[in-house]
Design a protein around this ligand. Structure first.
Ligand code: GLU
Length: 336
């Protein structure tokens, strides 16, 4: 009698993932952020990658279930919520969509508009937090937390220690909030907007969560696993456009050129990438480069983009490479 198989060959996508993982581990470890004291406790050796498809499939490797704080990746999602709530025109009057070419925490506004350059720098994200606090009142954090959780498909935890640590030491962000108030870009007291901003940054995720949230954005705002519509379709389009041009700090131009995937990174060490209509990618490795991007995360995305042909303008894949090559929409199978 033939033995029933006890082992199936890994799918080729898993083989690619393990290759990319090995390559990325060979990259420098980088330096863990320590300007928020609590973040310095992260283990620089941690490294995890997850890919979630719009068909609901998940592929992971390494420390894909390690929790870390979402930090600036939250900025993309709160921008999406603000667009949805107020509409594009009203949001445009409060925050621009132009790359700044300056560090994320620069204490500056666009000289002509006196508004933040874009929602991915701190000045823009604090303004967006003000918009949401205005719109939702004291429930704003609960609403933000609930939407992030719906996008991930599970209730996300909150890191009180990181929140407190940033609240106690976030003087630069307080400076930015006061600049915004002075320019008329923020109408709330600084601490009210900052409370929401520091809280949204302290929501905990894993690489898997980032991949699932990315897949929700890739799937036009509908969580592919739960089937729930989490974000408005038009707001998702606008959010992805700003992630593409401004999502990777001062490396955004190089990123668009080399990786070609809308993405957002955070100083907690996470990167979330979105390949529209195809998949979400999450990576976690807390060692950062001087721009504030995860060194091994950048290495991961560069390699995955090459291996899977994910670049938005890749001529051989014309923006539908992953699905066309690997993914069968009818059966939900990855065919590699
Ligand atoms: N909470 C962090 C800050 O405002 C977020 C920075 C980031 O991830 O870029 O400094």
């Amino acid at each position: 009698m033939a033995e029933s198989p006890t082992h199936t060959d890994p799918q080729p996508i898993d083989a690619i993932l393990s290759d990319v993982y090995r390559q990325s581990l060979a990259a420098d470890v980088g330096s863990v952020a320590d300007y928020i004291p609590e973040l310095s406790k992260a283990d620089p050796a941690n490294m995890g990658i997850a890919i979630a498809t719009v068909g609901g499939q998940l592929h992971t490797i390494g420390d894909a279930e390690t929790l870390f704080t979402i930090q600036s990746i939250s900025k993309a999602l709160t921008f999406c919520l603000a667009l949805e709530r107020l509409g594009r025109d009203a949001v445009s009057q409060r925050v621009g969509v132009e790359p700044s070419g300056d560090p994320f925490n620069a204490i500056e506004l666009h000289p002509a508009t006196r508004r933040p350059y874009n929602p991915m720098v701190n000045a823009g994200a604090i303004t967006v937090a003000g918009i949401l606090r205005d719109a939702f009142g004291a429930d704003a954090f609960e609403i933000v937390h609930q939407r992030f959780s719906m996008a991930a498909g599970r209730t996300l935890s909150f890191n009180e220690a990181v929140f407190k640590s940033e609240e106690e030491t976030g003087h630069r962000n307080r400076g930015i909030a006061h600049l915004l108030i002075g320019a008329g870009a923020l109408e709330l007291p600084a601490d009210t907007a900052l409370d929401l901003y520091f809280r949204q940054c302290s929501i905990e995720v894993t690489a898997i969560d980032l991949a699932r949230i990315g897949a929700t954005l890739a799937n036009m705002g509908e969580n592919p696993v739960t089937g729930k519509q989490v974000f408005d379709v038009t707001a998702v389009r606008d959010t992805l456009a700003v992630m593409f041009t401004c999502g990777m700090y001062d490396y955004s131009g190089n990123w668009a050129y080399d990786v070609g995937v809308p993405a957002k990174s955070g100083v907690g060490g996470g990167i979330m990438g979105v390949v529209s209509r195809q998949l979400g990618i999450g990576s976690y490795a807390p060692g950062l480069d001087p721009n504030g991007n995860s060194v091994r995360g950048v290495a991961t995305f560069r390699a995955l983009s090459d291996e899977l042909g994910l670049h938005a303008f890749d001529p051989t894949n014309a923006g539908s490479g992953f699905i066309r090559t690997f993914f069968d929409r009818n059966t939900g199978d990855v065919r590699l």
